[in-house]
Design a binder for this molecule. Structure first.
Ligand code: MN
Length: 298
């Protein structure tokens, strides 16, 4: 029985965050940044940033579209592909092509240099493209963990139903309670993090149980959600709930696509700039110096 128990204490809505504007990342990713740590660092922790690329129709091309080699240190990038194909290559030897339903969980850790492009096959065919990239912070003690790449194909992601079958949920990371059972997502994380991909197939209330004490966000990638006081969270907005409480209920219409993000806050200082997210300005300066010396990889 996947329904949230009505007797559980409720999480309440703190605010609805709106997209921070559109921009292109390289020539392959027409991105709307939905939230970012410079505005809401401690409140969003352990999440740092979410970019939503597309949906966008690309014409066929023989050119390489995307972003060339660039570094990261101190956090993880989680790339979820909904339409199109992304090809990845990194200095730790990770790489591959991820398509619709696949997720790439990349731990930059101590340092990585990678490139992100449309796959040659998708570039040649063109078509609809939609991707989300989430940045998850690493605890201070794990910021220098070796870089790692988890290619999580769609067939490894367990799917269950929610709200008496009115929604489907894919559990990418964390644990999803089903009655007395728990369904575990395949991603290995460095702190407690839940990432669920929810597709609403029928109108009606959507009840969820998320861990008490964890940051909790519902991100609307398409469609809309209705809050209890009647206001509507439209596409590309994120509803932030209280950490206290377990149960939350929103109204959902069919076709709505939601990312559910919940994670234990790190309660550590954030010093970030460009591709690096560390704890102190000194560590940030060190990251730039190490990258200049080629120590993050090639
Ligand atoms: Mn990157």
């Amino acid at each position: 029985m996947p329904e949230a128990d009505p007797a559980l204490p409720e999480k309440s809505v703190i605010e609805v965050l709106h997209g921070l504007g559109r921009h292109w990342v390289g020539d392959g990713f027409p991105v709307q940044t939905l939230f970012a740590y410079p505005e809401r660092g401690p409140e969003l922790s352990p999440f740092l940033l979410l970019d939503h690329a597309g949906p966008h129709a690309f014409a066929p091309t023989t050119q390489r579209r995307g972003v060339g080699a660039h570094p990261h240190r101190g956090f993880e990038t989680v790339t979820l592909v909904f339409a199109g194909e992304v090809e990845h290559r990194d200095s730790a030897g990770g790489g591959g092509t991820i398509g619709p339903g696949d997720v790439q969980w990349m731990t930059a850790g101590a340092g990585i240099v990678h490139e992100e492009f449309h796959s040659p096959r998708f570039a040649a065919s063109g078509g609809n493209f939609e991707v989300a990239q989430l940045w998850v912070n690493l605890p201070a003690a794990r910021k220098r963990t070796p870089a790692r790449y988890q290619a999580i194909t769609a067939d490894r992601i367990p799917e269950r139903t929610l709200a008496e079958g009115r929604a489907r949920v894919r559990i990418v990371a964390g644990s999803f309670p089903v009655g007395s059972d728990i369904v575990q997502g395949p991603a290995e994380t460095h702190s407690p993090v839940n990432v669920w991909d929810v597709q609403v197939v029928e109108d009606g209330p959507l009840a969820l149980s998320l861990p008490d004490g964890q940051t909790a966000l519902l991100v609307v990638l398409s469609g809309s959600l209705t809050l209890s006081e009647g206001s509507v969270a439209a596409r590309d907005s994120s509803i932030r709930f209280t950490r206290e409480g377990v149960r939350l209920v929103v109204g959902a219409t069919h076709g709505t696509h939601v990312l559910v993000l919940a994670g234990a806050p790190l309660h550590e200082p954030i010093a970030g700039s460009g591709p690096f997210v560390m704890n102190t300005p000194d560590e940030l300066a060190q990251a730039y110096a190490d990258h200049r010396r080629g120590r993050l990889g090639h």
